[in-house]
Write a protein that binds this ligand. Structure first.
Ligand code: 4AD
Ligand code: MG
Length: 460
């Protein structure tokens, strides 16, 4: 007989004979002739209560079962007379699959997030992390569904890349050379002897390659890991994170902002509709304002303000910031959060940033001073999306490369796209972990990715 997952059993509207469940012991409570075992199999937040009675051949062993042990229970599912659960399973047999040692670290008490990070291999067994990673899975699916239903093609852009010029962040270099004794020519490392015959890196973004496919297939998206060696030890930056990057041909910045808004609101709505039970844990224990925030994101149109207007709002605010702002300064998280949390109290899209702040590929506006860039800013997180209309004019693009120090010879293929059938096109990147932070209320990026990679941390 195949096991039934607990999520399926708990959804049943009638009693069942012959059920088989397999899972792990969360807690156990003994009465005189019974043992009540809370079993969880990871399929949902709730446990199912198993009632084992003294008639079982291995009742004595069951009464000693430790938290974390694995069991298989066959029996019947009946309404539970006890409080807190609708159904319980009366065991006809309970096979102990394995016994967890009593040094199992996840005993009943609450643990800090910091401690749980040191046992990232076990933390998905806790209620909170189980819920977070089920939500992460559901939203991954929702992302694919969103784009596939709209006719976008999923493109697998490379993770190893020879272009190091997007300017999106610090690079991790990849090499097969012997670092103890690398080949050298005139004192310099000779990369012609390296695996690819030239330096290679882990990608910081799939955008430039995605653009090539947008200019062939029209509407495309990527969804994969990206890597940045920024040594910023913040709660919002990881060295390895997942990014979703749609790219659309024949679209301008306004279309791009429309897609970004629709996308974020769709994903938050999807979570509200499909992850209710798991979200309830976060609303109760992590962030009491979570449901209000999510309802706001799902239902309110995002406010759109040009960068210069955002500056004016900040300068009029009377608020003290650690960094002053004037035209040409980058908005810091403190500014972004002031705008989204205090001033507008909802998501904001800031657009038309100074050209000096932004990479070469963003389209120069008619004023010559700004580029058609946009960032989506949400409460608690700050920037969740960064995107732009791309510079489709070959001469302007070359000028911008010269201005920003990007060697055109490395990007000959990118320039080709502006020579053969160039069209206006736009796209953006959504930081997937930041989306999960928004949806769960979890405040540290280390706690929304299974095995976080941050400066000094690559255990597991
Ligand atoms: O704003 P970014 O750097 O944009 C790009 O990389 C563009 N190539 C995207 C595009 O237009 N196709 O990064 C996009 C998003 C940010 O808004 C943020 O949510 C997330 O990626 N992000 C990070 N998330 C976690 N850790 C980091 N170190 C991140 N850096 C960026
Ligand atoms: Mg950005």
């Amino acid at each position: 007989m195949k096991r039934t997952r607990i999520i399926t059993l708990l959804a049943s509207d009638h009693a069942l004979d012959n059920v088989l469940i397999k899972g792990w012991v969360k807690t156990r409570r003994d009465a005189k002739d019974f043992s009540f075992i809370e079993v969880n199999d990871g399929s949902c937040l709730q446990n199912i209560q198993v009632v084992a009675d003294q008639g079982l051949a291995n009742f004595e062993a069951i009464k000693k079962l430790s938290t974390g042990s694995a069991i298989a229970v066959e029996g019947i599912m009946r309404p539970s007379p006890g409080k807190g659960q609708k159904w319980e399973v009366h065991a006809a047999s309970a096979v102990i699959i394995s016994v967890a040692g009593d040094d199992y670290p996840l005993q009943k008490k609450r643990h800090t997030d910091e401690f749980l990070r040191t046992i990232s291999h076990l933390r998905p067994r806790t209620n909170k992390y189980g819920a977070a990673f089920r939500i992460r899975s559901k939203l991954s699916y929702a992302i694919h569904r969103f784009f596939q239903e709209r006719g976008f093609a999923y493109i697998h852009t490379p993770i190893l890349t020879g272009s190091d010029c997007e300017g999106a962040g610090e690079l991790f270099q990849v090499t097969a050379l012997n670092l103890e004794n690398p080949p050298k020519t005139a004192g310099k490392i000779d990369y012609s002897q390296d695996f690819f015959g030239r330096p290679a890196n882990l990608t910081v973004s799939g955008q430039l390659e995605a653009e090539m496919f947008a200019l062939a297939l029209g509407d495309v998206y990527t969804f994969g890991p990206t890597f940045r060696a920024e040594n910023s030890n913040t709660s919002r930056h990881a060295a390895e994170f997942w990014m979703v990057e749609p790219e659309m041909a024949f679209c301008d910045l306004s279309d791009d902002m429309d897609l970004a808004e629709t996308f974020v609101r769709h994903l938050v709505t999807y979570a509200l509709d499909h992850c209710r039970e798991d979200l309830s844990l976060f609303a109760e224990f992590v962030d009491k304002t979570l449901m209000d925030t999510l309802e706001t994101v799902a239902t309110k149109s995002f406010i759109r303000v040009p960068y210069t207007e955002a500056l004016a709002i900040l300068n009029r605010s009377g608020q003290h910031f650690n960094f002053e702002v004037s035209f040409g300064t980058d908005l810091q998280t403190e500014h972004e959060r002031y705008l989204a949390e205090t001033h507008f109290k909802q998501p904001v899209i800031i657009y038309d940033y100074p050209r000096t702040l932004k990479p070469f590929y963003m389209r120069v506006n008619d004023d010559g001073k700004t580029v058609a860039a946009m960032d989506v800013i949400v409460p608690r997180i700050g920037e969740i999306i960064g995107g732009s209309q791309r510079e489709e004019r070959l001469d302007v693009l070359k000028g911008r490369m010269a201005e920003t120090g990007v060697p055109p010879k490395d990007l000959w293929w990118y320039l080709d796209s502006r020579r053969f059938g160039s069209v206006p096109h736009s796209g953006f990147g959504l930081g997937f972990e930041r989306l999960i932070m928004l949806v769960t209320g979890i405040s540290n990026i280390r706690d929304v990715i299974p095995f976080p990679r941050t400066p000094g941390n690559i255990e597991f």
